[in-house]
Structures are given as structure tokens and as C-alpha cells.
Design a protein around this ligand. Sequence first.
Ligand SMILES: Nc1ncnc2c1ncn2[C@@H]1O[C@H](COP(=O)(O)OP(=O)(O)O)[C@@H](O)[C@H]1O
Ligand SMILES: [Mg+2]
Length: 390
Amino acid sequence: MVESQTMTAGNSSVSSRGTGARVQISNLVKMFGPVAAVDHINIDIEPGEFFTLLGPSGCGKTTTLRMVGGLEKPTEGSITIGDDVVVSVSDRKFVQPEKRDLGMVFQSYALWPHMTVFENVAYPLKMRKVKKSEISDRVSEALRQVGLAGFGQRPSPLLSGGQQQRVALARALVYSPRVLLLDEPLSNLDAKLRVTMRQELRELQERVDVTMIYVTHDQVEALSLSDRIAIMNSGNVEQIGTPQEVYLNPATAFAQDFLGQTIGVLGTMEDDGVVSVKGDSESRLKGTVADASLRKGDAVLVAIRPERMLAHSQMPTGVANVVRAKVMEATFVGDHYEYKAEIGDEIRMISLPSTTVYGEGDNLFLEFPESAVVVWGAAAQAVIANIRAD
Ligand SMILES: Nc1ncnc2c1ncn2[C@@H]1O[C@H](COP(=O)(O)OP(=O)(O)O)[C@@H](O)[C@H]1O
Ligand SMILES: [Mg+2]
């Protein structure tokens, strides 16, 4: 269905420029039979913000976006765009998608193949019976915004994938909507083009005053594009924050694992937040304890981002927070080495720069700066992937 692929609509005067609207999602639930695809989520998106829903496949991102767009009706909860309640289950209110003043761009660009670029972009305006002279100006402006000035007369099938996606963007922007919804819009493009389009999207967002709600499972896209990110898991929001906040201070073990790499070391909580490493009675680690309910004797998982870890070939003097490791296997992978290493009695994969090369049987002394260490409860073991890396 074309309308669900790309759509623009508006209820304000066509000639007024769009201004980014606040979007408030309150207590939103969507059940599909017994399954909660979206399970009581609350998100408050600022006017003009680039806000990303990030999470693995099936976590409820698309369903959430479709409820904002009015393509799906919530089971519970409400959504407000600007000052307008667009859906409220308790008040039995539902505003039709075309009255919500938003644009949508989805993974498949769904341009009409029998139309030129101009006609594709003009279509939503024609539907709204906008004057011909005005249509021409607005289409030119929208094409200019997406870097396709002068492409109007091109038949749309003669465009590359990246150009087609830009036309879809122009078609969503031509109405100057208050909110733009984007569901994995770059995932059909090849890797190089994705990087270029990522930059263009970011620049576009700075030029056009529109609130963008962006859905992706790609953490690099989320980190590089967003003002803020909501990390979703099984219909829930695990954390909302700036890219730096969610990467550097993950609120949950899931957030720690989903975003970036993690090296995890098993241990036991000792007094004053110090952890003794499992299978290595001499090593002690200290860090930020993420779970306040942890007590002495509890099993824990010490987590660190690999880029914060420092490797030494000998025990460094005057440095705390060092773990011993033994190299079991070394693999050269171009710009770095991958080591299979024994830490305590566990096996972990560790990447290190090629500047120092370690061989099988070599000792490694891994320094975990205290400020970079997070201590999670034992339940995190089931979540953090590198734990299972043997
Ligand atoms: N129309 C539908 N009918 C039944 N189940 C659905 C429907 N749409 C989505 N789901 C289920 O809801 C969950 C969330 O899906 P979705 O929002 O598409 O996730 P995401 O976009 O994060 O991959 C999944 O378990 C999915 O199978
Ligand atoms: Mg999806």
C-alpha cells in the first residue's frame, strides 16, 4: 500500500513553513493477541529534536512509530503532537493519519514509477489541491533541500537507490510537516551510500525545522545522527539519553551490551565495592556499582568498554585495577589483533592494536581504569555477549 510507505499530510495552512513539534508518548501499549509489542512506554521528544528508537529486530520500534503516524491503533495510552492529542485510548480519541501533519519515509522508497521526480514530490500537494504555481515552488524547494535541484523531469526509475530515497524524503518534506517519521530509511542502501546519506540526513535536520523520529537497529547510525536515543528491548524502553550518555553510562546490562563492545570479567563482591576476580585470587577490581542491592559475597560481572582498557606485557607498577590474562590464540586481522585469552578461569576475546604483538602463552596485564569499570549483578551474565565467547 503506497500510503503506508511514504506519506505526507497536513492540516495547517500549506504556505506556512513547518516548525518542529513536541511529541509526547504516554503509557503506550500495543498488544498483538497475547504479545505486548509495545509495553507501557513513555517518551517525551523535544520540538526539532532528532530522536532515535534503537533496538534489535522485534523490539517494537516500527509498531511505536506506526502508532505515532496513526497507521496502528494503541491498546492503551496516548500520543500528543504539539498541542494536539492525536490518540488517546481512554478518551476514545483517534486522529486520522492525514490529519496529523507528519511525513513518513520507510525502508522501501515506494516512488510511483510512472511519474517523474517532480510529479512524485508534487503528489501530496496535488491531493491537497494546492495551487499549481505554489506546487512548483514548493517542489523545487523540497528537491533543493535533499540535494536534487534540477532532477525534477527525470523519470523516477532512472534514479539510483540513494537518489530515490532522497525523492522519498523530499515527498515527505514538501508539506513542511511538524514531524518526520523515518523507519530504517537507509537499510536498503549499500554501505558507502549509507554513510553519505547519514551525513546528509543530519545536515538536512539542521536546515529544516522539523522533529525527526528515526527508527534503526544500527548503533552507529543511532550514535552519529541522534540528539537523543531510546534503547528498546522487548517492547520496553531501557534507557533514554544522548549518544554519550547511553554509551558511557548504560542504565542496564542490555544497554551496555547492545551499544558498543563490552569485556566482562566474573567475580565476587568483597567489602567496599571491590570485586575479587573469579579464578584469580590475587586480582582485585574496583568500579561503579550499577546495582545498589549487591552485597558482599554476591556473584558479579565487571564490565568495561574495550577501548578504555590498557594492555601491558608486564605488571605495571603503582597501578590499581589490573587483571592477569594469558594468551591462548592470536589472530591477525589487519588493523589489530584478536586474542583469545584466559582471564581467571574464563575465556574472553580481546582486540588490541598491532603495535605490540603477543603470542600464545604470553602473559597480559589488563588495566581497567576505575572510572571506566561498571559492576553489574550476576543476571548480566546472561545478557552480555562476550561472556559466551568461548
Ligand atoms: N501486525 C502484526 N501482527 C502480529 N504481530 C505483530 C504485528 N506487527 C508486529 N508484530 C510483532 O510485534 C513485535 C514488534 O514488532 P516491530 O514493531 O515490527 O519490531 P521492530 O520494528 O523493532 O523490529 C514483534 O514481536 C512482531 O512480531
Ligand atoms: Mg521495524
